[in-house]
Design a protein around this ligand. Structure first.
Ligand SMILES: [Cu+2]
Length: 284
C-alpha cells in the first residue's frame, strides 16, 4: 500500500469519527437527483368506515361539476353534518362523503349536460369520506385538521387508498381553514352548485384543477414554453420525475413556466398529491 492510499484511508477514518462526534445536517439533494414523493404521517387504521347506504340515508349537501377532469361530484352529509350551521364547527359524529363521477361524453368527447346545465353522470369512480370524532386526527401530526380523519374507498367499500396513504387528504383540507372547520365549500351547505368554472386555457397552458393536470398528456416542439396555471382551490407543484424542472408550491392563481429545449418524454407529478396528479409532456 503506498503512502497516498494510506493517507487517504487515515483521512476517511478521521472524517468518519468527526461525523460521529458532531452530527451534521444531511446535505441537500443534488439538483440532478430525481425527487421522491413523500407520503406524510397518517393513521394506520381506518376509523372513518365506509358509510353503507349513505346515498339514501344521508342528505345531499351540494353538487358540482369539474371541467378539468370531466367529473361530477356529489357531496353528502349524515344528519349531524347536515345540521351544522355556517360559521360553526361540525358536531362530533359528522360524516361527509364525496362521490366522484366520470361525466358522460358524447361521440365527439364533449361533456353531456342535463336540462339544468349540470353534467350527466356516467360512472361512479370512487367515494371519499371524512369523519369527525373526539381525539381523531392526531396521527396526521403537522398535517392534522383538528379531529377529522379521512378515507378513500372504491365504489364497493374496499379501500381505494389504504389509511396510511391519506396524509394528502388532511394536508389538502388544511387549505379549507379553521373557519370552515376544514371542509371545502362548507358554507355552501344546501346551496347547490355554486362552483365557478375555471377560466379557459391559452395555447401551451396546462391547468391544475380538481387535483389533476389537464391536459394530462401533450406533445410540443423543442423550444416550446409550457405554462402551468393553478386554477384549483388548493396548492400544487409541477415536479419533473427526472429533475428537469421543479416549481415552487403554487398557490391558487399562481403560474409556473418551463422551456423545453431538449427532446424527450417528461413525466411529472405534483409533490403534494403524487397519487393523483401525474402527467407527461412529449418534446419531439
Ligand atoms: Cu397537488
Amino acid at each position: 500500500m503506498n503512502k497516498r492510499v494510506l493517507g487517504l484511508i487515515v483521512l476517511l477514518l478521521l472524517a468518519a469519527s468527526c461525523a460521529r462526534a458532531t452530527p451534521t445536517p444531511p446535505a441537500p439533494p443534488a439538483p440532478t437527483q430525481a425527487p421522491t414523493p413523500t407520503l406524510g404521517p397518517a393513521p394506520r387504521v381506518d376509523r372513518v368506515g365506509f358509510p353503507e347506504g349513505y346515498a339514501t340515508k344521508f342528505q345531499v349537501l351540494y353538487v358540482f361539476d369539474r371541467p378539468g377532469n370531466k367529473q361530477a361530484r356529489v357531496v353528502y352529509g349524515n344528519d349531524k353534518a347536515a345540521s351544522r350551521k355556517p360559521g360553526e364547527p361540525y358536531p362530533y359524529g359528522s360524516v361527509i362523503v364525496i362521490e366522484h363521477y366520470a361525466a358522460k361524453l358524447d361521440a365527439q368527447g364533449t361533456i353531456m349536460k342535463d336540462a339544468d346545465g349540470h353534467y350527466v353522470r356516467d360512472r361512479l369512480i370512487n367515494v371519499f369520506a371524512m369523519r369527525k370524532e373526539p381525539g381523531y386526527g392526531a396521527d396526521y401530526q403537522h398535517l392534522r385538521t383538528d379531529e377529522w380523519e379521512y378515507a378513500a374507498y372504491n365504489t364497493g367499500g374496499t379501500h381505494f387508498l389504504p389509511p396510511e396513504r391519506t396524509a394528502f387528504c388532511s394536508a389538502c383540507h388544511q387549505f379549507a381553514g379553521v373557519k370552515r372547520d376544514w371542509v371545502f365549500r362548507g358554507d355552501l351547505v344546501f346551496a347547490p352548485d355554486k362552483h365557478a368554472t375555471p377560466p379557459p386555457l391559452e395555447a401551451n397552458e396546462i391547468g391544475l384543477d380538481s387535483i389533476s393536470f389537464y391536459p394530462a398528456a401533450l406533445t410540443v416542439n423543442p423550444g416550446t414554453t409550457l405554462t402551468w396555471v393553478n386554477n384549483d382551490t388548493v396548492a400544487h407543484t409541477v415536479t419533473a420525475r427526472n429533475g428537469a424542472f421543479s416549481s415552487p408550491v403554487l398557490r391558487p392563481g399562481e403560474r409556473f413556466s418551463f422551456t423545453f429545449n431538449t427532446s424527450g418524454a417528461f413525466d411529472y407529478f405534483c409533490a403534494i398529491h403524487p397519487d393523483f396528479m401525474k402527467a407527461k409532456a412529449g418534446v419531439e
